[in-house]
Design a protein around this ligand. Structure first.
Ligand code: SF4
Ligand code: SF4
Length: 274
């Protein structure tokens, strides 16, 4: 049995630890909530939806280890190991502490054919089946880490200066980035070589961002949710057979809004001026 004084000390210490633990829990949940709210983080190939990724990733670091230790990550001259693409987030980083992410302007993803960072993931946070092609082989072109976006106003190619740095750096040359040749009416005798990113092929590796010649890259990778718009399911491409099939079995939509009994105004052929 504990003496009264000892018991008091014991109770005080226990309550103190419980308080600290609760405070720690609160701080941690506050921290994870604030990190959840910062969606600008690029994850490794095969990463599942960000929300699910945050709960699935056990922060073991095996992906980052496989990335830095891959055979292709050595200096061809010295044979020395280079910095890996994947970093494990530390306090103060934009990503949840201990989760893997990458910053293209520091080290982009080199789109390794054997994708060593993915099969080592023990938690399913990096989903291997999503990277398999029709022949059931790992295929890095299936990755969708983000989407490259061009800021036309700062891209010197849009000024008429000849630059194809991003186009040349793209591992999926002429598929993920193509060049659109347009006449330069300002000079009358030159052509614009405009980079165009195709979202069906761009994997978000960031090699274009790394290669961009402007002070702050005019082409940069954003997570898909941020970079992409959404037209809405009710828009149907009448010229696209696949899209037509999508709505073939669509249910009839009934509206409770009363239809106006007034006649529709003929704006195009009427006398009124607008
Ligand atoms: S695919 Fe990209 S992230 Fe994965 S190991 Fe290669 S360079 Fe690293
Ligand atoms: S290997 Fe998987 S579980 Fe481990 S840190 Fe990387 S993503 Fe997270």
């Amino acid at each position: 049995m504990l003496e009264t004084n000892e018991r008091r000390v014991f109770m005080a210490t226990t309550l103190q630890s419980m308080g600290l633990a609760a405070l720690g829990g609160l701080l941690w949940s506050g921290y994870s909530d604030s990190v959840k709210a910062s969606p600008l983080v690029l994850r490794p190939p095969g990463a599942i939806k960000e929300e699910d990724f945050l709960s699935a990733c056990i922060k073991c670091g095996l992906c980052a280890e496989a990335c830095v230790n891959r055979d292709t990550n050595r200096d061809t001259q010295t044979g020395e190991q280079k910095e890996g693409t994947l970093q494990m987030a530390k306090g103060g980083d934009a990503a949840l502490i201990g989760t893997p992410y990458f910053v293209p302007t520091e080290v982009p993803c080199y789109m390794c054919e054997d994708i060593p960072c993915v099969p080592v993931c023990p938690s399913g946070a990096l989903d291997m089946p999503s990277l398999l092609n029709e022949s059931k082989e790992l295929d890095i072109t299936k990755a969708s880490m983000g989407l490259a976006v061009v800021h036309k106003e700062s891209c010197v190619a849009f000024w008429g200066i000849q630059c194809d740095a991003c186009y040349r750096a793209c591992p999926l040359l002429d598929t993920a980035i193509t060049l659109d040749y347009q006449k330069n009416d300002r000079t009358g005798k030159h052509a614009f070589l405009l980079p165009v990113v195709h979202d069906t092929a761009c994997t978000g590796c960031g090699l274009c961002e790394m290669a961009c010649v402007t002070e702050k890259p005019a082409i940069f990778v954003l997570p898909n949710d941020i970079a992409k718009g959404k037209a809405g399911d009710h828009y149907v491409k009448g010229w696209d057979e696949k899209d037509q099939q999508r709505v073939q079995k669509a249910k009839e939509i009934k509206t409770t809004t009363k239809i106006s009994e007034k006649e529709a105004a003929d704006y195009l052929n009427g006398e009124e001026l607008y």
